[in-house]
Design a protein around this ligand. Structure first.
Ligand SMILES: [Zn+2]
Length: 265
């Protein structure tokens, strides 16, 4: 079994940078590898200056909340391609200035459409991680992911981003690496993704290990944020770090190896 840790990096203050550093040193302590999806704009660019070397052993991808967060309220379909293009160009330019040429992407709120994937491909991206199988969280700004399959990763088909290609001919777009979440048993569809702050991560890992039995490269893709998670936000950051530590140790103890997104290509 393999795992790609993913951290959405959203920093707005030097305090957030300190939190990010604490996350990276925790991950380094275990010799683990993490994909850092960085959200960057003119507003927070200066904060990232001088810390590029921290990501040395890891991967850097791009994180955009399309339409400056509007995609949460309205849905990504309502955001124009021109707006998305502008946001991509600005972010890429700023990341390039820091020395990064990302080929992996995650949309804020796990927002993804065929059009957004097409655009990402045009800009040289090779991997997207903006979906979570069957996630159907109606509250807040999450997009419905009803048709996303339970797979470690897949190439989308010509029909849509959430339908795996059945043949090489059918394969389009870029590699899709869904965030791992609980496989519902029976009729209830839990919205829980594999984040350090939910109490179900052990179940989620065991379910994935069982369901992917025999597959050579079954993949577990946890998600967390540079500022901590949901209820653990703010002054609860040390508690979040502790939970992240537990999650990483839990994976290591089950002999799950950390790999880079790039190795999936
Ligand atoms: Zn985000």
């Amino acid at each position: 079994m393999f795992s790609c840790l993913t951290c959405d990096v959203e920093v707005a203050s030097t305090k957030n940078i300190e939190e990010l550093k604490a996350i990276i040193s925790l991950i380094n302590r275990y010799d683990a590898i993490c994909m850092f999806f960085i959200e960057i704009s003119q507003k927070n660019f200066d904060l990232y200056k001088g810390i590029s070397n921290l990501f040395e052993k890891h991967e850097v991808g791009l994180h955009i909340h399309w339409g400056s967060m509007e995609s949460y309220a309205k849905g990504l379909e309502k955001i124009s391609i021109e707006t998305m293009q502008t946001e991509l160009e600005i972010s890429l330019e700023l990341l390039n200035k820091l020395g990064f040429k990302p080929i992996s992407f995650r949309g804020g709120g796990l927002c993804c459409t065929d059009a957004s994937l097409r655009l990402l491909k045009e800009y040289g991206f090779k991997i997207d991680s903006s979906v979570a199988a069957k996630l159907d969280e109606k509250e807040g700004w999450f997009q419905g992911h009803g048709s996303v399959p339970y797979m470690g990763y897949y190439y989308p088909s010509k029909r849509s981003y959430n339908i795996p290609a059945v043949s090489l001919k059918d394969k389009v777009g870029i590699l899709e690496v869904p965030v791992t979440r609980m496989i519902p048993s029976g009729r209830s569809w839990f919205p829980y993704t594999l984040t350090p702050d939910n109490p179900f991560y052990k179940f989620i890992v065991y379910e994935w290990m069982m369901k992917s039995h025999g597959k050579s490269k079954a993949l577990i893709t946890p998600i967390f944020h540079s500022w901590g998670e949901g209820k653990l936000r703010g002054n609860k950051f040390p508690k979040f770090l502790e939970k992240l530590d537990q999650l990483i140790r839990f994976l290591i103890n089950r002999d799950i190896k950390f790999i880079k997104f790039e190795s999936l290509l």
